[in-house]
Write a protein that binds this ligand. Structure first.
Ligand SMILES: C[S@@+](CC[C@H](N)C(=O)[O-])C[C@H]1O[C@@H](n2cnc3c(N)ncnc32)[C@H](O)[C@@H]1O
Length: 279
């Protein structure tokens, strides 16, 4: 696979330690955003004969469910992470989903056959492009005229209690930088004006954003959730010495104790459901 040069850092992370962590904890990540999953599938409204592209499919839960909806069609999941693609293939085999394929690919430059998909979907997998206009133009080329785009993406950091809380705890007194709005990051599609601009110039029309707020699940209890988040957010911890790291993790565990519910450790979150049509 030849990633676009603008995605080399993302490839290093997702086809490296970050992607390996996601693959090792795929079930927890699926549980984490479970409250959003139904919103995405309902908005996608996939018909039996449709062909679906899942962008940044990770371990492929959304691709498998899309393939189940497209029972006489197909679903292709693409992702930068070889480990997640391998896992996605194994899970599809285990669940006997036969009309699904997975490919390690950079969705920004992959040579998808022109106009071959009825719909492109993504659950938090379309915010990491080094060149978002080029990536969405490439995705638009792959979708037939009149086809659909349905994405889930995070609203701004201020609206996402989970990451604000984790950053506050793990900062351990440092001033952690916030990625610039156009840089590849979980918040690259958080600005509605930018989303409309990028998607419209890529060839999509009727761009609509619908705000959703749902709880995110991080684990059954604070100790377990804290271990998981320490791994997920390892990048925030690696500069800290042992004392500061211990203090940061204590602060995180204390915050999680305040967020323990009878359904586990839950934090508020806010996402955009983004829908558009291929012109
Ligand atoms: C936050 S994860 C979401 C994974 C999956 N959609 C889910 O909901 O579990 C983001 C995913 O996007 C993938 N990704 C990032 N940039 C990509 C690109 N240029 N092409 C394909 N996949 C990409 C990453 O490898 C990662 O698996």
């Amino acid at each position: 696979m030849q990633a676009d040069p603008s995605n080399v850092e993302q490839l290093r992370a997702w086809d490296g330690d970050t992607g390996d962590f996601w693959a090792a904890h795929a079930e927890r990540f699926d549980e984490g955003v479970a409250a959003y999953h139904g919103h995405l599938l309902a908005a996608a409204g996939i018909h039996a004969t449709e062909n679906v592209l899942d962008v940044g499919c990770g371990a492929g839960q959304t691709t498998r469910d899309a393939a189940r909806c497209a029972s006489a069609g197909s679903a292709l999941g693409v992702d930068l992470s070889s480990r997640m693609i391998e896992l996605a293939r194994r899970l599809a085999e285990r669940e006997q989903v036969e009309n699904v394929t997975f490919q390690q690919a950079d969705a920004q430059n992959h040579a998808f056959p022109d106009r071959s998909f009825d719909i492109a979907i993504s659950r938090s997998g379309a915010m990491f492009f080094g060149d978002a206009p080029a990536a969405f133009a490439n995705i638009a080329r792959a979708v037939r005229h009149g086809g659909r785009l349905v994405l889930l993406a995070w609203q701004p950091l201020e609206k996402n209690e989970w990451l604000r809380a984790f950053r506050a705890a793990l900062a351990a007194g440092r001033d952690l930088p916030v990625p610039p709005p156009e840089a590849p990051s979980p918040f690259a599609l958080s600005d509605p004006d930018r989303v409309r601009r990028v998607l419209t110039s890529a060839g999509f029309m009727d761009v609509r954003l619908h705000g959703l707020t749902e709880p995110m699940y991080f684990g059954p209890d604070p100790d377990d959730a804290c271990r998981f988040v320490a791994g997920q957010q390892a990048g925030m911890l690696h500069d800290l010495d042992a004392d500061a790291r211990a203090r940061a993790l204590d602060a995180l565990r204390a915050d999680m104790t305040d967020h323990q519910t009878d359904r586990g450790v839950l934090y508020d979150s806010a996402a955009w459901l983004i829908e558009a049509r291929r012109g």
